[in-house]
Design a protein around this ligand. Structure first.
Ligand code: SAM
Length: 243
């Protein structure tokens, strides 16, 4: 675990506590899961586990999975007794199938190649019980690419620290609706010099048609696709085998 990645994980965790309303997000998932009688859930790309407590308090059997040991170290620290595991959503297996898989915070947009999307959906299919639910959100390609924002700044404040993230985006489109984001974080803390960290990421957006096709090909039926700034997909594992 590198000190730089740990600091980046902490900065992201703190920034998103003021950017995202995790309780509201939990309620959105809970309303859908409740309607389908789901009680065991796996969250992929759970990061520092900001949703975990809500699910556990509501009585769900919850497991969080993330690739980053640094983000998981925060998840363990803040959610004692809750199950997390390190893993890659493109190649994981579950001992016991679950009722639902959720992928929040647009973690699915890290699947920048078609092969990665298919691999992840195949693992999710195998991790779900028959008729199990998959709920995830993603950037909408039309919104992102028709109104492409090359630069934007996000600010947040948490535990006496002020954060500014300067995002510089450039279109890539080598493997789908992809773009490169260089994020420079400025961390201002009383009595200390401003620290600067830089992070490069490749992200992907999807069109509604692409999501429908990927899901259909991988044995899912799309129940609903909501377009409210981001695309939120509610899909169900079909009975029978994948194509
Ligand atoms: C934008 S963060 C969202 C975290 C969390 N869902 C939230 O809303 O706070 C994306 C997360 O996806 C994780 N991630 C990216 N690629 C992954 C992969 N292939 N398998 C598992 N996790 C992955 C990152 O480590 C990171 O924690």
């Amino acid at each position: 675990m590198s000190a730089l990645h740990l600091e980046l994980a902490r900065v992201n965790h703190e920034m998103y506590q003021s950017i995202t309303n995790f309780e509201k997000e939990f309620r959105m998932y809970h309303d859908i899961l409740k309607d389908h009688g789901c009680s065991s859930i796996l969250e992929l790309g759970c990061g520092s586990g900001s949703l975990a407590q809500y699910f556990v308090k509501e009585g769900y059997r919850y497991i969080g999975l993330d690739k980053s040991p640094e983000r998981l170290s925060i998840a363990y620290e803040l959610n004692p007794g809750i199950d997390f595991m390190q893993g890659d959503m493109r190649e994981f297996t579950m001992k016991k199938p679950v009722d639902a898989v959720i992928i929040s915070g647009r973690s699915f947009t890290y699947m920048t190649k078609n092969k990665e999307v298919n691999n992840a959906l195949k693992c999710i299919y195998n991790a779900l019980k028959t008729k199990g639910l998959l709920i995830f959100d993603s950037f909408n390609a039309k919104d992102v690419f028709l109104n492409f924002r090359k630069d934007y700044i996000q600010r947040a404040e948490c535990n006496g620290r002020k954060y500014m993230r300067v995002n510089k985006n450039s279109m890539n489109m080598n493997s789908g609706w992809t773009w490169k984001r260089i994020a420079t974080y400025y961390i201002e803390e009383k009595g200390k010099d401003t620290r600067v960290i830089r992070d490069k990421t490749m992200l992907r957006a999807f069109t509604e048609e692409e999501l429908n096709l990927f899901l259909e090909l991988n044995g899912f039926k799309v129940l609903r696709l909501l377009n409210n700034g981001t695309l939120t997909v509610i899909a169900q594992k079909k009975t029978g085998s994948r194509n």
